[in-house]
Design a protein around this ligand. Structure first.
Ligand SMILES: Nc1ncnc2c1ncn2[C@@H]1O[C@H](COP(=O)(O)OP(=O)(O)OP(=O)(O)O)[C@@H](O)[C@H]1O
Length: 271
């Protein structure tokens, strides 16, 4: 990566709010039923933060991300991105999902460039950016490989490059490593921490994994079972640069992980 690295230290968050979720409620209504997916959820994410959201299945985590992205309309409350109300699909964000959704007939480079084609980006700029991202995510040498020739972790790296191609200030990730085996997931977590530090992107990541939530998050948001509410927010104060093995033994990590587990355990019992 050639660009200057933004200085970071955990806990010192730029006060400028980038995402503001203010008292949102989300109801899904059909002829037969009404589902309250989110109930009075408020969350502010500052520039450069890495917020992880953990919560039981069905508590509205994906719905919350979709609302921030402008892909779903709230029943009540307000959402702003970069200080402007979200009223429709947002272009200046990146989105990564559990399934990498790569085009099977396109190689790595061309899959990443799909983003540039969809946005009509300047070709030379996009080409330069792809080179940077391929290097950043360790995909050098695989530029022409087709998705089926890649491991699951590599496929997710390609999806990550695609989500970052247009240099979005905000990256939303919905359980992006959920389909990977445990070891590959750890590697992706280490990589994700580096990508965050090196790009300065504001990230919100939804996960079912407690270690992933605590290792990656500068702040960890824990939600209750449906209707989803925020039950607690933790800021363990770990340094931004985190060696995996050392971090997992750090008392700040272990205490936060235990607390998240307790909260999720406690919320599960009321399921
Ligand atoms: N389009 C929709 N129409 C009706 N109900 C929906 C819709 N989208 C989500 N829901 C409901 O809203 C609730 C929250 O769903 P959501 O997918 O946001 O949860 P989640 O926390 O991301 O779950 P998981 O962890 O299992 O992915 C669920 O009960 C789901 O059935």
């Amino acid at each position: 990566m050639t660009e200057t690295q933004p200085a970071r230290s955990a806990g010192t968050v730029d006060p400028r709010p980038i995402i503001e979720v203010d008292g949102i409620t989300m109801k899904f209504t059909s002829k037969r039923s009404e589902t309250v997916a989110l109930d009075d959820v408020s969350l502010t994410v500052g520039e450069g933060e890495f917020v992880t959201i953990a919560g039981p299945s069905g508590c509205g985590k994906s719905t919350l991300l979709r609302i921030i992205a402008g892909l779903a309309r709230v029943s009540a409350g307000k959402v702003s991105l970069y200080g402007k109300p979200v009223t429709g699909p947002q272009r200046d964000i990146g989105f990564a999902f559990q399934r990498s959704a790569l085009l099977e007939w396109r190689g790595v480079r061309k899959n990443i460039l799909l983003q540039a084609e969809m946005r009509g980006m300047d070709k030379k700029h996009a080409e330069r950016r792809v080179n940077e991202l391929i290097e950043l995510t360790g995909l050098t040498g695989f530029e022409k490989a087709l998705p089926h020739e890649l491991s699951g972790g590599m496929q997710q790296r390609v999806a990550l490059c695609r989500a970052l191609l247009h240099e979005p200030r905000v990256l939303l990730m919905d359980e992006p490593f959920g389909a990977l085996d445990a070891l590959t997931r750890e590697h992706m977590n280490i990589e994700m921490n580096r990508v965050w530090r090196e790009t300065g992107t504001t990230i919100v990541l939804v996960t079912h994994s407690v270690p992933e939530a605590v290792y990656l998050g500068s702040r960890i948001v824990v939600m209750s079972p449906r209707p989803g509410r925020i039950v607690e927010t933790l800021s363990p104060g770990l340094p931004a640069e985190r060696d995996y093995g050392t971090t997992l033994k750090d008392p700040r990590f272990t205490e936060a992980a235990e607390r998240v587990r307790d909260l999720l355990g406690a919320t599960h019992t009321t399921d």
